[in-house]
Design a protein around this ligand. Structure first.
Ligand code: NAD
Ligand code: IPM
Ligand code: MN
Length: 354
């Protein structure tokens, strides 16, 4: 097949990890007889520097026409003044909203060879395999914001429709997995969470009676995730809770540099595929970032946007083989045993080419 992929490298380590994933997609094209076109566009801080805005119209137009979008990361100290008029992160939020990408799938798996990289006991980690479905275009991120000299506010609001659609994504996903959904909220305090819980219970009862649904408060969920991570199958939650819980969950796998994501909307929407981590300013430019999260994201792109399941599985198997062989970047490796971003990527490419 032929597919046009827009690449948004962004800032910090974004360009380093995006280049790794593009190389992997090129190897997939060669091995499986596809042709992929790659068009690079600016987003985030680099777009502010070059165009004066974090999401230029040229970028959004190209994304709308693409078959899929691969994104590195945005942000960094250069653009982080709390009083800045415009910020890189606004570009990312704007593109998710403009493309209607309300469901952010963040799979969390542990890897036998990397268990030692996690601060959690290995016996709790074997076989951990869950997906967080994070609502991505609503909640406190997108409510009205106000700021005066002596006060500020961020409004958190959700409509029934916004909750229903992401819940359905989670329940449908659970139908293809182990049949369990954990809905996470703060219904003991927040009105939006009480609505969330009501809607989750109704959708579960009326539309997915075969799926086991449980409700969990977000604070204790943060604890349970570390204490009994194998219990979970599909976890569904609102925007900010999902953001925070998945960075926490990355430590089960051993590094933020291992967790991919897919941001999806209604059928026909152009998906965005990106690692869950940020631009990692502390290691940017050193060639040591872990590329596996972005390569796993490329596998999700092949699966969800292009329908290429075998190709996606081949990419995932190649990364697993690299992990099994102990090919670790500095975030995972024992002292003195780390490889560079390029060496890790080359190992995946070699496995992929056979
Ligand atoms: P971060 O995710 O960039 O980094 C947190 C820590 O994890 C750092 O120590 C970093 O070195 C490490 N890390 C992250 N990715 C790694 C990788 N692939 N390999 C090895 N180590 C890795 O979070 P932060 O430092 O809080 O944020 C930095 C900037 O990134 C901020 O401007 C923030 O807004 C932005 N950000 C962007 C995205 C995105 O583009 N989707 C996501 C999160 C944060
Ligand atoms: C993420 C990031 C973003 C978010 C920021 C950079 C806007 O943390 O993709 O997880 O909070 O959604
Ligand atoms: Mn985040």
């Amino acid at each position: 097949m032929h597919a046009e992929i827009v690449v948004l490298p962004g800032d910090g380590i974004g360009p380093e990890v995006a280049a790794a994933a593009v190389a992997v997609l090129e190897a997939v094209a060669t091995r499986f007889g596809h042709t992929f076109g790659f068009q690079e566009h600016d987003i985030g801080g680099i777009a502010i520097d070059r165009h004066g805005e974090p999401l230029p119209a040229t970028t959004l137009d190209a994304c709308r026409k693409a078959d899929a979008i691969l994104l590195g990361a945005v942000g960094g100290p250069k653009w982080s003044d709390p009083n800045a008029e415009v910020r890189p992160e606004q570009g990312l939020l704007a593109i998710r909203k403009a493309l209607g990408l309300y469901a952010n799938l963040r799979p969390v798996r542990t890897h036998a060879a990397a268990l030692g990289a996690s601060p959690i006991k290995a016996e709790l980690l074997e076989g951990v395999d869950f997906v967080v479905v994070r609502e991505l275009t609503g909640g406190i991120y997108f409510g009205e914001k106000t700021r005066t000299v002596d006060s500020a506010s961020d409004l958190c609001s959700y409509s029934v429709g916004e909750i229903e659609r992401v819940l359905r994504t989670a329940f449908r996903l659970a139908q293809t997995r182990r049949g369990k959904v954990t809905s996470v909220d703060k219904a003991n305090v927040l009105e939006t969470s009480r609505l969330w819980r009501d809607v989750a219970a109704r959708i579960g009862r009326e539309e997915f009676p075969e799926i086991a649904l449980e409700h969990q408060l977000v604070d204790s969920m943060a604890m349970h995730l570390l204490a009994k991570p194998r219990e979970y199958d599909v976890i569904v939650t609102e925007n900010m809770f999902g953001d925070i819980l998945t960075d926490e969950a990355s430590m089960l796998a051993g590094s933020l540099g291992l967790l991919p994501s897919a941001s999806l909307g209604e059928p026909g929407a152009v998906g965005i595929y990106e690692p869950i981590h940020g631009s990692a300013p502390d290691i940017a430019g050193k060639g040591i970032a872990n590329p596996y999260a972005t390569i796993f994201s490329a596998a999700m792109l092949l699966r969800h946007s292009l329908g290429l399941e075998n190709e996606a599985a081949a990419v995932e198997a190649a990364v697993h083989a690299a992990l099994d062989a102990g090919v670790f970047t500095a975030d995972l490796a024992a002292k003195g045993a780390a490889v560079s971003t390029t060496q890790a990527t080359d190992t995946v490419l070699a496995r992929l080419r056979g």
